[in-house]
Design a protein around this ligand. Sequence first.
Ligand code: HGY
Ligand code: MN
Ligand code: MN
Length: 400
Amino acid sequence: MWAELLPVGRSSASGGYRRYAWTGADTDCRAWFREQAEARGLAHETDRNGNQWAWLGDPAAGNAVVTGSHLDSVPDGGAFDGPLGVVSAFAALDELRGRGARVTRPLGIVNFGDEEGARFGLACVGSRLTAGALTAEQAHRLTDGDGITLPQAMETAGYDPDTLGPDPERLARIGAFVELHVEQGRALDLSGDRIGIASAIWPHGRWRFDFRGEANHAGTTRLADRHDPMLPYAETVLAARREAELAGAVATFGKIGVEPNGVNAIPSLVRGWLDSRAADQASLDTVVTGIEKAAREYAAARGVDLDVVRESFTPVVEFDHALRDELARILGTRTELKVPVLGTGAGHDAGILSDRIPTAMLFVRNPTGVSHSPAEYAAEDDCVAGVNALADVLEGLACT
Ligand code: HGY
Ligand code: MN
Ligand code: MN
């Protein structure tokens, strides 16, 4: 399974993945998912928001146990972020069947669409729509860097955008969602454990900073006459690092757009995207407020205008305590592994759904902690331990 998925959407130049929502690579990932489902005799469906489901048993019976993750990637992302959870879900089902386990609750495997928000800028679009955390109207307004709207992209990929919307009936049938994911940090590497259970997700968001200056000639415009938006942008990037350090948080300007983006032209517009996260809401507010205040001062000092727009936000997630503790109990009786409980700064579909249904996460050790990079890696024996732990959890939750 892993080897079949590996080449899909991979850049030969960087070795990273470019599996963006509603592109050809996404279509190929979806075809792979459907093949895996049908090869196992599972009922495959794509829901109104483009999420894919594979069912063992009839979900209409309710109280389903669902596992899975996402297959889309960030630009030049790694092979594990998302796909490890989906491949492990199918492999855990194979393991359950190998054990002769009797599955007595509907068991679902899901591929949530557009988790990374790499193309349209908003994370977890498929799960947010399903949970009602994003309206169809808001989704229809999402536009990519080429000016293509989400509805246009969906239609090009052969999907009807007019079906987008909340799916409470579907969520009402799910009793528990468990997402397995490669850890995107070094906690398990540092503790020497293969598997971990998630406790919480830090509050986090994305803000767009538009610095508008005056286009002009790079060679003939006196420094004193310039309104160069690149300067306050650069000063703001440094301010972001300073504010994050002061608050024990993180802040990243990882994406930038420059117009007209000419070597010999002072820009008219510099557009920078801030990703910031902190262990609690107060710290996050302090960081973002501090960065925005500094940005406004820098822009004013350079005769540059500034607009700041919050494009995506996810409040702190405390995973369902009962389900978290049930995973710990099951794993505690079924495996010789020590399984720590740990928080994360990375967002996930399980976080988006957590205020609608009980959700939990299993993390698989990432020996370097590197993620959102072609260098992302997890050792095979840790991945196998993840599959077995997921099979243990599914057996404990869905089998008698
Ligand atoms: O950005 C995140 O935390 C996740 O990878 N979407
Ligand atoms: Mn990711
Ligand atoms: Mn992910």
